[in-house]
Design a protein around this ligand. Structure first.
Ligand code: ADP
Length: 406
């Protein structure tokens, strides 16, 4: 919350930073103001802590409250507190490029006389409101996604009970559709559960050493039934040797599976998908050269920071599918977002899962695409660090002994 604080404004609080209590007040992350007001005196700011000064960016001492905070609701709350001598709470929205949601607490200090003092505390509730809105939207979307196959199932049950009761051919056809709809609901529930599990431990750094090259090969082998059904060939080209990353094996399987399955699902029959797994000495090198003509490249997630000597293991999945127009790319990892006109029978959660796993693993997720030409999804995981920087290749048969105590 604290923003730039002018040197002049800091001087105002110098006298108030003497005791630990005053110091604490000064350092509180929420803006706190001391306001003086009376029946014959318009509210005036007597003190503002560092967060308040950062927020208002003005000299606070002696400033009329109405000029610093142009919010009639807050002024009314103060009037009410003045009249009743009770605490008053009010919510308001500040208008700017991005509207922000605030809650103000006005607390009389209980002193007497024509001019009285009030503590005015402000709390920024924008993030909480946004999260709340996202949760509500998510719940509405998830319910809608589940309701569609459920309505179809209910409809067929009714038809089987009535019109198709004595029609064995229609019954078989309808049962096949019902099985498919039930499968769709099951996939949706599985993906919703995966997403919520991943979100739950997203803040916990993953442990475990995984050979990503082997993992990708295993995933490609496991989806042979899908590739056969779609008549799409998948090839894997990997740098020699194990390509180790620190990660949660099950989640990495899910990432590789979702990206390769998407490439297969959206490709036309008798086309091919190429999967590359390679090690690069840095994030820059792993990103590779961008800019194929007519292709748009977009990073869906970048790691917060990567040490310059951090090596990366990249998986790139190239397909010759329908590709996607530029406007779709930024929305791909939103839950339930699907490119209009593409039929997959998917849940719309696959890339959201990929993004959350990538986030937990400090990875980068990138898409390159050109309508009509294809797409490349790339995910770059930080490679597991080798123990000694002096022994790159060949790796020693045994790890070097670690230095022990004196
Ligand atoms: P879905 O379960 O629908 O595949 P995803 O989250 O995995 O959900 O993908 C979101 C949307 O992105 C898909 O519905 C599809 O429109 C588009 N998409 C994903 N991968 C590809 C790809 N390789 N080629 C073309 N479009 C893709």
């Amino acid at each position: 919350m604290a923003g730039p604080v002018s040197r002049h404004a800091l001087a105002v609080s110098e006298t108030l930073t003497e005791t630990p209590a005053q110091r604490i007040l000064e350092l509180l992350p929420d803006p706190v103001l001391l306001v003086r007001a009376g029946a014959a005196q318009a509210p005036e700011i007597a003190y503002g802590n560092q967060a308040a000064r950062g927020l208002f960016r003005i000299e606070l001492k002696g400033a009329p409250l109405g000029a610093a905070l142009r919010q009639p609701q807050v002024l009314e709350a103060l009037e009410e507190a003045l009249a009743t001598d009770q605490a008053v709470e009010v919510a308001f929205e500040s208008i700017g490029v991005q509207p922000r949601y605030w809650r103000a607490f006005v607390q009389p200090l209980g002193d007497e006389g024509p001019v009285r003092q009030f503590v005015l505390m402000l709390r920024d509730e924008t993030d909480a409101r946004r999260t709340e809105r996202m949760r509500a939207d998510f719940l509405a979307n998830a319910s809608h996604e589940l309701r569609t196959p459920l309505a179809s199932l209910a409809g067929f049950v009714e038809t089987l009970r009535t019109h198709a009761k004595d029609d064995p051919e229609a019954r078989d056809r309808f049962l096949a559709i019902m099985a498919e709809q039930a499968g769709r609901m099951a996939r949706l529930i599985d993906d919703l559960l995966s997403l919520s599990r991943i979100e739950l431990n997203e803040h916990i750094a993953p442990e475990g050493a995984v050979d990503f090259s082997q993992l990708v090969q295993d995933v490609v082998d496991s989806i042979r039934p899908l590739t056969a059904e779609r008549a799409v060939t998948v090839t894997v080209e990997a740098d020699a040797g194990p390509l180790m990353v620190t990660g949660d094996r099950d989640q990495l399987v899910q990432v590789a599976q979702n990206l390769v399955e998407n490439a297969v699902k959206y490709s036309a029959p008798r086309t091919s998908v190429a999967v590359e797994v390679a090690r690069a000495a840095s994030l820059e090198a792993a990103r590779g050269a961008s800019g194929r003509e007519g292709w748009v490249s977009l990073s869906l997630l970048s790691p917060d920071a990567a040490a310059s000597d951090q090596a990366f293991v990249a998986m790139r999945v190239h397909d010759k599918g329908p590709g996607m127009a530029r406007q779709h790319l930024p929305r791909l990892s939103e839950r339930f977002y699907r490119v209009a006109g593409q039929k997959s029978g998917g849940t719309g959660l696959g890339l959201a899962i990929v993004k959350h796993v990538a986030q937990r693993h400090g990875a980068e997720l990138k898409v390159d695409s050109a309508p009509g030409a294809g797409s490349t999804f790339s995910i770059l995981f930080p490679a597991q660090r080798v123990r000694s920087a002096l022994t790159p290749t060949p790796a020693p048969a045994r790890p070097e002994p670690l230095a022990t105590g004196p």
